[in-house]
Design a protein around this ligand. Structure first.
Ligand SMILES: NC(=O)C1=CN([C@@H]2O[C@H](COP(=O)(O)OP(=O)(O)OC[C@H]3O[C@@H](n4cnc5c(N)ncnc54)[C@H](O)[C@@H]3O)[C@@H](O)[C@H]2O)C=CC1
Ligand SMILES: O=C(O)/C=C/C=C(\O)C(=O)O
Length: 487
């Protein structure tokens, strides 16, 4: 059985403990490889390799760093099919999605930050009249930790490590133990691109065994994390008293506000995607749909009709729109919410049942599920389900819509469907979210700040925000003597 090894100091290696975890193919429900379950000794090796590489890497010219990142981007692109296949097998997502979105975005992350670093400039402040000049040095932090989740495995892994190394840091990175395969394959690409050993070290394993030692490491000075809110809180409890820099991208329970004056057909098509793309396992999915009363019944009918056409199936079947959920425990968690919805008086308008996919009888398939709720404070409307489940509910006024939209502990993204510009401006200001999409969804320009408010996290990724996070600003203040003109 294939072994997923650590990648430390430019070399694949086994974990010191010789402990291994099972890696499942969720579309078949079978173990198909085995994952290094690293511990603090492996993290220490990775840290030492990173520390050793740091002086040279942080002094490598921007041009050289940029070229290396772009080479990695090219190699990811050249391996598109192989990586997309590995991602679909490891995660359960449709191969077509991995090929069209996940892997191209992983390549784009390296290309974007390879270019962005050449444009990253620091500020200067002249104190006029005081003969003083201040300028800001933006220096890499040193060794940083990047920890990523299973829903968009290579996409989110590279979203963190690309800006970290572009800015001159060396990295100890841990992908999710649920979907480690493409991060493992990335090691070969890094070597082929010529990334110096130690610049990027990848340790695999569970959060407790391999993740926690990264967070708790005395000399890993910054942690960039994407994952569940409870894990984010755990990480903050360890890292905050150590005064580490923290970027936490956490969960969401995002509202989708649909007004009667929207472009109805566009809204309907995009709402199907924002509900069920990647089996609803994207922190940005619009899992709470609020519809203006005057079009509510029509929307219900049309939405159900469209969702009923989605094909749940084998990720490698070209016709598949909805693949397998990532794991059995996750499937069980999502199912438990469907039960809760029924207990709370919600009505399952569509879906809710396990799907038996021919040839993949042990896979983790669930129908896309639409639940009509009558109380926005019910658990299925408040807690992150992170699966192919959305709730729908009508609203009467703008004030009621905004109150329900903001009435959760999360604040990651919100989607607004309206053609009224005044309403757009008013509501965009009022929505408690890090990202507001108007008449679109998951429309990404990598230069924009990305992150959430409230329990959806702290800090921003993307563009110069990420490069700022991965550098430490230092103000240099110079007092000078003006030469008098004697003529
Ligand atoms: N992007 C998002 O918003 C995501 C949200 N979730 C939510 O979180 C729930 C739990 O999913 P999990 O797979 O358990 O995600 P998680 O938050 O536990 O895992 C994310 C990453 O953190 C690592 N990790 C876990 N505990 C850690 C610790 N104490 N210290 C350092 N690293 C640690 C994991 O190994 C993984 O690499 C999901 O059901 C979903 O609701 C999960 C994944 C992504
Ligand atoms: O950066 C993006 O385009 C998407 C990010 C998505 C997540 O962080 C997530 O689903 O966890």
């Amino acid at each position: 059985m294939q072994k997923i090894l650590n990648y430390i100091n430019g070399t694949y290696c086994e974990p010191k403990s010789n402990e291994w975890l099972d890696n499942y193919n969720p579309s078949e429900g079978e173990i198909y490889s085995t994952i290094a379950n690293s511990n603090e000794k492996d993290v220490e090796d990775a840290y030492m390799a990173a520390k050793k590489a740091f002086p040279a890497w942080s002094n490598t010219t921007i041009e050289t760093r940029s070229k290396l990142l772009i080479k990695i981007a090219d190699l990811i692109e050249a391996n598109l099919d192989r990586l997309a296949e590995a991602e679909a097998k490891d995660n359960g997502k449709p191969f077509s999605l991995a090929k069209a979105v996940d892997i191209p975005r992983a390549s784009a992350n390296f290309r974007f930050f390879g270019n962005a670093i050449t444009q990253f400039a620091s500020e200067s402040h002249e104190s006029i009249g005081l003969n003083t000049m201040n300028y800001t040095l933006r220096q890499p932090i040193g060794v940083v930790g990047c920890i990523s989740p299973w829903n968009l495995p290579l996409y989110l892994f590279t979203w963190k490590i690309a800006p970290a190394i572009a800015a001159g840091n060396c990295v100890v990175a841990k992908p999710s133990e649920v979907t480690p395969m493409t991060a493992y394959l990335l090691g070969k690409i890094l070597t082929e691109a010529g990334l110096p050993p130690g610049v990027l070290n990848i340790v695999h394993g569970s959060g407790a065994s391999a993740g926690q030692p990264i967070v708790a490491h005395q000399d890993i000075k910054a942690i960039s994390f994407t994952g569940g809110t409870a894990t984010g809180a755990d990480i903050a409890r360890t890292a905050a008293p150590m005064f580490k820099k923290l970027s936490l991208e956490l969960g969401g329970k995002n509202p989708n506000l649909i007004f009667a004056d929207c472009d109805y057909e566009k809204m309907l098509a995009v709402t199907v995607k924002s509900s069920f793309a990647n089996q609803g396992q994207i922190c940005l999915c619009g899992s709470r749909i609020f519809v203006e009363q005057s079009i509510y019944e029509q929307f219900k009918k049309d939405f159900i009709a469209k969702v009923s056409k989605l094909k749940v199936g084998n990720p490698f079947d070209e016709a598949t729109n909805v693949g397998a959920l990532v794991s059995k425990p996750h499937l069980e968690k999502v199912q438990s919410y469907i039960k809760i919805a029924e207990e709370e008086g919600g009505e399952i308008l569509f879906g809710g049942k396990i799907v038996n996919v021919e040839g993949c009888e042990n896979g983790y398939y669930l129908e896309p599920t639409i639940i009509e709720v009558n109380d926005d404070k019910c658990r299925v409307n408040q807690e992150e389900i992170f699966g192919p489940v959305v709730t729908i509910m009508p609203f009467n006024t703008e004030a009621e819509a905004i109150e329900m939209a903001n009435g959760v502990k999360y604040g990651l993204s919100a989607t607004l469907w309206t053609t009224n510009l005044n309403r757009t401006m008013r509501l965009s200001k009022k929505l408690e979210a890090g990202i507001v999409w108007v008449n679109t969804w998951l429309n990404r320009d990598l230069r924009t700040p990305f992150g959430g408010v409230k329990d959806s996290g702290v800090g921003r990724e993307g563009g110069f925000e990420a490069l700022k996070f991965f550098t430490e600003p230092k103000n240099v203040c110079i007092s000078y003597t003006e030469v008098q003109n004697k003529s």
